[in-house]
Design a protein around this ligand. Structure first.
Ligand SMILES: NC(=O)c1ccc[n+]([C@@H]2O[C@H](COP(=O)([O-])OP(=O)(O)OC[C@H]3O[C@@H](n4cnc5c(N)ncnc54)[C@H](OP(=O)(O)O)[C@@H]3O)[C@@H](O)[C@H]2O)c1
Length: 318
């Protein structure tokens, strides 16, 4: 069944926070994993899930920084993980599987944006390699730990996907690099990944969702000079977030909602925004958002899965 992209009236919206959407939800006894769960939106996601009672595993490429950010947040544990390193992903997953622990929630949140041209792993373009293939490999390797009949995988995409479909003929920008198209392609890939994972996981009751968190000032913008952020209209001249931007706690809300809301039962594969299923995009305004057709196309999702599986030599769901 293909999920329709239409709002379902969750009762939450753009101003809801991660704590708001968890009101009345008890995650005691549940285990969640949040990649990059020690910075920006991931940190707020981790805090909210832990406050609701979950045990939260936080894979971090800078474990000391992660431990410092999470000090005082009970119920969290930091494990080293570099998503750009396929061997590191394998070692992380093996170590986790060896514990015999189960995962109820996996939030693929970590990401980079608009970096200078960088190659990772066997020469992959870095956005595609980290944001998409790193998470593709992680989820496939952790597949056996996902709780049958209940686990949810949440892929943090972006309305940045508006700028690019998957570049089937040049996934790794061999013919010329553009940092925004590289980010955009990786975010389209995040959305398609959730769609096909949901299709493949449905038989064992593992569901997946993708989302745009909103626009939020976080360390994600580290590669964007102040003047460019000003010109883009992201910040005011005094460096404050522009109108329409969310706080990190609001930015974490849709991921937490997608990971936990019973209202999403039966809507697996949906692309969400503002704590609801997103409508099809009717403009190119990323602040308004919505979802473009190429980010939820089931045939493209199946094709991307196949390509990703070939690149990583992994497929534990088909
Ligand atoms: N902020 C926004 O307006 C916005 C809008 C749309 C979508 N998003 C998406 O939201 C997600 C979270 O972004 P954020 O705004 O919270 O940014 P952030 O504060 O920069 O957090 C990103 C996290 O990803 C981690 N990470 C980056 N590269 C990694 C790698 N190779 N291996 C392992 N971890 C890695 C970072 O680790 P280090 O801190 O150690 O570098 C950091 O913890 C991203 O997927 C982003 O695309 C954000």
């Amino acid at each position: 069944m293909i999920t329709e992209q239409h709002r379902i009236g969750s009762g939450f919206g753009a101003h809801s926070t991660a704590d708001d959407v968890l009101t009345g939800i008890d995650l005691t006894g549940r285990t969640a994993l949040v990649t990059g769960g020690y910075s920006g939106l991931g940190l707020e996601t981790t805090r909210a899930l832990a406050r609701a009672g979950a045990r939260v595993v936080v894979p971090a490429r800078r474990p000391d920084t992660a431990r410092a950010a999470l000090s005082g947040v009970t119920g969290t544990e930091v494990w080293e993980l570099e998503l750009a390193d396929p061997e590191g992903v394998r070692a992380f997953a093996d170590r986790f599987l060896d514990t015999g622990r189960a995962l109820d929630i996996l939030i693929a949140n970590a990401g980079v944006m608009a970096c200078p041209e960088t190659r990772v792993g066997p020469g992959w373009e870095a956005h595609f390699g980290i944001n998409h293939l790193g998470h593709f490999a992680l989820v496939n390797r952790l597949g056996p730990a996902l709780v049958p009949g209940g686990a949810r995988v949440v892929s943090v995409a972006s309305s940045g996907h508006f700028l690019s479909d998957i570049r089937w003929d040049d996934l790794h920008f061999r013919a010329g690099y553009d940092r925004w198209l590289a980010y955009a392609q990786s975010k389209t890939a995040n959305a398609l990944f959730a769609r096909h994972l949901d299709t493949l996981g449905a038989d064992r009751g593992v569901h997946a969702f993708a989302l745009h968190p909103g626009s939020i000032l976080t360390p994600l913008q580290r590669h964007i000079p102040h003047d460019e952020q000003l010109a883009q209209g992201w910040i005011t001249p005094d460096g404050k977030p522009a109108e329409g931007f969310k706080t990190p706690a609001q930015g974490a809300a849709t991921a937490v909602w997608a990971a936990t809301s019973p209202l999403l039962d039966g809507h697996g594969g949906a692309y969400c925004q503002d704590c609801d299923i997103a409508e099809p995009a009717t403009t190119d305004d990323m602040l308004i958002g919505g979802v473009k057709p190429w980010a939820v196309d089931p045939k493209a999702a199946a094709r991307l899965w196949e390509v990703s599986s070939e690149l990583t030599c992994l497929d534990s769901f088909s």
